[in-house]
Ligand binder design. Structure first.
Ligand code: ZN
Length: 321
């Protein structure tokens, strides 16, 4: 047996398979041909050719009820049946995310599940999954932990604060805590409400994406809302990959945390942006890095600002009271 010939044959086969996959990524489906049989509408008795009644809009598929029909309707409630099926949208989100988001934004709405409904269902499923899987720790207090470290800095500051003003450092500390109480509540709610946290995160990322990907080869000048819709899809995509990586870690290492590796997150963003916005690989890698660098710097600035704000407002509050 000639090893070289075998390798060659396999290489040709893999190449062909890859070419087909790339072709599918770009054009995954075609609209089915118009049905050419005559239908009599059961609602308004109009006779017509096609899939929908031109007079009242009832679909030609609305015939006598069957068991299959009931099943389809029941699945539809959960986004599992019909043409806008969620599993199919998830399948596309895994294998051709950037292309699918592009198609959706450009007007291919009919074949895909609504991104907001999907984010809600996927986040809920993800939360249940993390709680059910033994060994996968749920990191619910990540943002609250940041608030606590801000408070620690402020309380350290008040320990050495000039006490020649007739107030004890304890009083300053109490004022700081009073100011932080509503903030803590909001942050705690965000930490325990996955969908809200995802929306807040992707809304803020949208700001930087809009700046860095202002004019792009594929999307041209996208609107803010279009960028945000893309982020909502990406949010579901990240949850799906997060679930997969947790599953792999638990199977092979016995435990995992609910936070995905930042490198995997970054790689997924690069892949999405490459196919959605159409810049070359190098430019996409660089621009995506810039998005997260900017995000990181602005968040750091916000933390510093909130520390200063908390110090000054606690002093002001204490001296007013
Ligand atoms: Zn009709």
């Amino acid at each position: 047996m000639d090893i070289g010939a075998v390798i060659n044959r396999e290489a040709v086969r893999i190449k062909g398979w890859w070419r087909e996959f790339r072709e599918w990524q770009r054009t995954p489906m075609s609209t089915p041909p118009l049905s050419d049989s005559q239908t009599a509408c059961l609602n308004c008795e109009e006779s017509y050719d096609g899939d929908f009644c031109p007079r009242c809009g009832q679909p030609a598929t609305a015939q006598r009820f069957t068991f299959g029909h009931v099943m389809r309707q029941a699945l539809d409630v959960w986004g599992l049946g019909g043409r806008k099926s969620m599993p199919r949208t998830i399948w596309h989100l895994i294998w051709r995310p950037g292309y699918m988001i592009y198609d959706y934004l450009k007007g291919h709405r009919q074949p895909y599940f609504s991104p907001f409904k999907m984010l809600f269902l996927v986040s809920t499923a993800f939360a249940i999954f993390v709680h059910l899987l033994p060994g996968a720790e749920a990191n619910v207090d990540t943002e609250s932990a940041k608030i606590e470290s801000i408070e620690r800095v402020v309380s350290d500051y008040f320990k050495d604060y000039d006490k020649g003003k007739g107030h004890t450092s304890e009083e300053y500390l109490q004022s700081a805590q009073r100011i932080m109480r509503p903030v803590r509540k909001v942050v705690y709610w965000l930490d325990t409400t996955d969908v809200a946290m995802a929306i807040v995160f992707h809304l803020s990322v949208t700001l930087f994406v809009m700046r860095i990907f202002r004019t792009t080869p594929r999307m041209g000048r996208a609107t803010a809302v279009e960028h945000f819709y893309a982020q909502v899809f990406i949010s579901s995509q990240l949850s799906i990959f997060n679930a997969l990586s947790i599953l792999l870690l638990v199977v092979f290492k016995g435990h995992a945390t609910a936070d995905m590796s930042p490198w995997l997150t970054y790689a997924l963003y690069v892949l999405d942006f490459r196919h959605l916005y159409g810049f070359g690989w190098v430019k996409t890698i660089w621009k995506t890095l810039l998005v997260f660098l900017l995000y990181f710097i602005v968040m750091l600035l916000l933390v510093f600002l909130s520390v200063f704000f908390l110090m000054y407002s606690a002093v002001a509050l204490t001296e007013v009271l």
